[in-house]
Design a binder for this molecule. Sequence first.
Ligand SMILES: [Zn+2]
Length: 205
Amino acid sequence: MELKLSLDDFFPRSVITTPFGWDTKTFPTRPRLHHAVDRAGSGIVHTPVEAESSQWIDDDAEGCSVLRLFFPGGEFRMLHFIRGELESAVLSAALVKAPIPAGTPIGPTGNHGLSVPLNGGTGRHVHYCLILEPGVYDDKLKILAGAGWNNDHMSDYRSQYGKAFIADTAARGVRWMNEFIVARADPYYDGKLRFVVNTTKLWNV
Ligand SMILES: [Zn+2]
């Protein structure tokens, strides 16, 4: 299956405020695995995939808003938009799980949830991640990341990051991970294994 991403206009005039990976800065007393990217900026976020269906969630288990864009074998998930700031076409579609075309303006980034100004961020940010069903795009991942995309570096990270890493990844059901992918039991899929992809590593976004 072809993995189609429209990332050029995803979020103009934005900068990364929290990168993908082990994060000790956002919550200094509670380091955690940030298996997403945070970006902040003045532009409007656009849908980066052709969504065959979608979903808006006002508050997830951690009190964050979630916009989910589904395509065959995967999902692009974004947190922290403010419902009242969404383009009405996106909100009305996502409320009824309707399709949303790629490149559709979503709105400015929200701060519904914790927003932390770091590395030049404004404090308002979007948290986004590309989530793939194992097996569907493995050939594509191998082309982008090389033969080592499915290497497991968990034991290296355990010794590098220590107890907090071990506890956090256990809580999240992380099975294996490396610089490209976190393979975890995703609670949004009844705990089934999903690949959370580091888009900055594979697409520079
Ligand atoms: Zn984030």
